[in-house]
Design a binder for this molecule. Structure first.
Ligand SMILES: [Cu+2]
Length: 228
């Protein structure tokens, strides 16, 4: 920002229309809750949010790539965005019901992150469905066990429990629907720990499971299951 102030004034005039355009095209962000992430801080624009579908706009003020998660109960991912480069912004949304949450900014896209508590109040948002099925998955370096052969019935609400049995690395488990859209995920889980996510399988078809950490998917951390 200081650098920009020293730019010759002719330049400043030239860039003004561009800035104005930028402001116009960002109307989608109006109402988005600002999250400012750096190596040392994870600032959330509001401490108390209204329940319902909520947009977040993450700005990375740090020097390293970052990712931001919204957690319920410490480990249930309600929304997230990855790969936010230094000096850039990305948005994500989360459907939040009344309760306590944590926003975690993870500089370098690792660790538990810098956590900021937020409170959501009001009657909006979809209450979390109560699972009628559970499914146990083991994560290894670098594969999943227990996914192949899993099948569910359309409309099932499944609690996926992923135990990380790997000696070395954290793993996660993203669940993508037949349309390729993320339906839910177990966030990065340390060796020896179990993460969970509840997903309602509203569509029939082939779902894909994937570890979003580094190149784990390429190394073999993926699988599919069927909903009929
Ligand atoms: Cu992994």
């Amino acid at each position: 920002m200081k650098l920009r102030a020293r730019v010759p004034s002719a330049f400043a005039v030239l860039t003004l229309p561009v800035l104005a355009l930028g402001a116009c095209s960002s109307t989608d962000d109006s109402g988005a809750i600002a999250i400012t992430a750096s190596e040392k801080a994870c600032q959330v624009g509001k401490a108390v949010l209204n329940a319902g579908a909520t947009n977040f706009k993450v700005t990375n003020d740090g020097g390293d790539v970052t990712e931001v998660y919204v957690y319920a109960d410490g480990d249930q991912v309600k929304g997230e965005v990855e790969n936010v480069g230094p000096g850039t912004s990305r948005t994500f949304s989360a459907d939040l019901t009344a309760g306590d949450y944590e926003v975690a900014c993870k500089p370098g896209m690792k660790g538990d992150g810098i956590r900021t508590k937020i409170v959501v109040s009001g009657s909006g948002g979809k209450a979390m469905a109560i699972p009628n099925r559970t499914a146990a998955v083991n994560a290894m370096d670098y594969e999943y066990q227990g996914i192949d052969g899993m099948s569910f019935t359309k409309g099932d609400t499944v609690e996926f429990r992923m135990k990380n049995d790997a000696p070395g690395e954290k793993h996660e488990m993203e669940v993508f629907g037949p349309d390729g859209k993320l339906r839910g995920e177990v966030g990065p889980t340390k060796p020896g720990e179990t993460g969970r996510v509840v997903v309602t399988l509203a569509d029939s078809g082939s779902y894909r499971i994937n570890c979003g950490i580094k190149d784990h998917s390429k190394k073999g951390m993926h699988g599919t299951f069927t909903v009929t």
